[in-house]
Design a protein around this ligand. Structure first.
Ligand SMILES: NC(=O)c1ccc[n+]([C@@H]2O[C@H](COP(=O)([O-])OP(=O)(O)OC[C@H]3O[C@@H](n4cnc5c(N)ncnc54)[C@H](OP(=O)(O)O)[C@@H]3O)[C@@H](O)[C@H]2O)c1
Length: 275
């Protein structure tokens, strides 16, 4: 096991906990008996979730409103990892931007969103993972291991025209996290990568796409199921998990398919979705 037994001194910090997969992960952790430290920009949504977790699971939660796209937000969150009761970190905060780079480049707002995407999905996740590895390796003992869960995506496994920066940001998350998982072998601390496919959350609205409405329901997963799979893998200290057979096939296909065939097909598919 890599998450220590639950208890008041086995708290897990979750970023992106105000909605979607991050909120669902916090619910699963609280259900297992872990206190949580909830981080996102929307403090009111975090406070609401903290009340729910106390009522449903009897677990306490700390709430910290922080923008992880800023130095101040990152410093605040990094400092929270120094608390001795924290045994785990879940990096779930992230968002996507769709559209061709040529179109995004000419629109000041969308260009700013693209820069924000790299700051949050890549720089903030990297910064907090490095901080957590430093803090937790100093604290882990044989009877008290530690665990990190980084949320990637099946877009990590191939380039994606129409969401080029997003897929590249998740390729960074996947590669970095899998490498650190190997580095940590035998230390008592583990790093697991969770790579979901399309999941019903606030993601589509934030990314400005209605692609989720255009695909069969069967292909779109639920945040609760993704969170269960992620936390179970984190607790075991697995290297990575991709929930759902369709997503697992997509991940293998994305890794193995010749780029000369795959890229035009993906471009046509994303154009059909208006990206
Ligand atoms: N949904 C999918 O289809 C899907 C598929 C694969 C991977 N993922 C990944 O899953 C993760 C969670 O996304 P989701 O699907 O759950 O979407 P979501 O419901 O939109 O949640 C995104 C979370 O990130 C937080 N966030 C955004 N910008 C932030 C910032 N600057 N500072 C701090 N927190 C910020 C949001 O909180 P505030 O707005 O309150 O800050 C929210 O809690 C992301 O990394 C995403 O890339 C999603």
């Amino acid at each position: 096991m890599s998450l220590p037994p639950p208890g008041p001194d086995a708290a897990v910090l979750v970023t992106g906990a105000s909605s979607g997969i991050g909120a669902a992960v916090a619910r699963v952790l609280a259900g297992r008996g872990h206190p949580t430290v909830l981080v996102a920009r929307r403090g009111d949504a975090l406070t609401e979730l903290a009340a729910e977790l106390r009522a449903v699971s009897g677990q306490v939660s700390e709430v910290h409103a922080a923008d992880l796209g800023t130095d101040a937000g990152l410093t605040l969150t990094r400092d929270l990892l120094d608390d001795d009761s924290v045994v785990g970190l879940v990096n779930a905060a992230g968002f996507g931007v769709t559209g061709r780079v040529a179109d995004l480049a000419g629109d000041a707002d969308r260009r700013a969103a693209l820069d924000g995407l790299v700051r949050l999905n890549v720089l903030a996740l990297h910064d907090l993972t490095v901080a957590a590895v430093g803090a937790l390796t100093r604290r882990v003992r044989e009877d008290r291991p530690g665990a990190i869960l980084n949320v990637s995506s099946i877009t990590a496994f191939q380039p994606l025209p129409g969401a080029a920066s997003y897929a590249a940001s998740k390729a960074f998350v996947q590669s970095f996290s899998e490498a650190v998982h190997a580095e940590l072998a035998g230390t008592g601390l583990t790093l697991t990568t969770l790579s979901p496919g399309l999941t019903r959350t606030g993601f589509a609205e934030a990314a400005g796409t209605d692609a989720f409405d255009q695909v069969p329901d069967l292909v779109v997963g639920e945040a609760g199921d993704v969170a269960e799979a992620g936390v179970a893998a984190m607790a075991r200290g697995d290297r990575s998990v991709t929930p759902g057979l369709v997503n697992q096939l997509s991940a293998v296909g994305g890794r193995l398919a010749p780029r000369t065939l795959l890229l035009p097909a993906l471009r046509a598919g994303m154009e059909a979705f208006g990206a």
